[in-house]
Design a protein around this ligand. Structure first.
Ligand SMILES: Nc1ncnc2c1ncn2[C@@H]1O[C@H](COP(=O)(O)OP(=O)(O)OP(=O)(O)O)[C@@H](O)[C@H]1O
Length: 227
């Protein structure tokens, strides 16, 4: 579903090029969930942006659903995002002039996959059924984040990319939203790549990788020594 092969990425800075990814290899299978951890500034968002085709690698290859993003062009990458990917960021990026229901429907329509039964199920499971006529600014932070998740999943994407999806919420709401997100991901069978700072948030996912000095490695929590 997602493949990085020897991906490098550097940014130009006044002090010279800053290499953020230095030959990253990553494979995420269909339906698999992966947590991406790392210190602040280690390049997690950069990696996620490359996976979404919002940016291109300097060297190496990023493939999404078998397609090499560097060969797609701007329009092709936008199409890939609409039809194959769901994106959830810490800032919700909801359309302020559209109601809750229309925010959800718009995304499905853009992907050519409107499904009123699925939209209704999403609204129900996300606890938004009574709020469908409200506008995003009339929702709490937790409700807005649930709507952002619903919008990303409305077109039934094959891969959901989430950057600190619960980072703006208090611990109670964060747990609730995360549980909903994981249940929906499981039920739709989509793959998940989620950036998080929290080992607690990462724990229920299938795998966890740690980005350090431009490289990905297995993340290990403090291990209890074996007797
Ligand atoms: N457009 C840019 N130009 C120059 N430097 C950048 C740019 N975008 C990111 N960087 C730098 O690249 C490094 C990696 O940034 P990135 O946002 O990917 O890290 P991150 O791991 O997601 O951080 P955080 O956990 O704080 O969100 C940082 O040092 C950042 O300052």
């Amino acid at each position: 579903m997602l493949e990085f092969r020897q991906v490098t990425k550097a940014y130009a800075t006044p002090q010279g090029p800053l290499e953020v990814l230095a030959g990253v290899d990553l494979t995420l299978a269909a339906g698999e969930s992966l947590a991406l951890m790392g210190e602040s500034g280690s390049g997690k968002s950069t990696l996620l942006h490359l996976a979404a085709g919002l940016d291109l690698p300097d060297r190496g290859q990023v493939r999404v659903a078998g397609l090499a993003i560097s060969s797609l062009g701007e329009a092709g990458r936008a199409r890939l995002r609409r039809e194959t990917l769901g994106l959830v960021f810490q800032q919700f990026h909801l359309v302020p002039s559209l109601s809750v229901r229309d925010n959800l429907r718009l995304q499905a329509r853009l992907a050519g996959r409107e499904d009123s039964a699925w939209t209704a199920e999403l609204l129900e499971r996300l606890g938004l059924t009574g709020l469908t006529k409200r506008y995003p600014e009339q929702l709490s932070g937790g409700q807005q984040q649930r709507l952002a998740i619903g919008r990303a999943l409305a077109p039934r994407p094959a891969l959901l990319l989430a950057d600190e999806p619960t980072g703006n919420l208090d611990e109670g709401s964060a747990d609730e939203v995360l549980e909903l997100l994981l249940a929906l991901v499981r039920d739709t069978g989509c793959a998940l790549l989620m950036v998080t700072h929290s080992p607690r948030v990462a724990a229920p996912l299938d795998r966890c990788l740690h980005l350090t000095h431009g490289h990905l490695g297995q993340f290990r929590a403090t291990r209890t020594p074996t007797p």
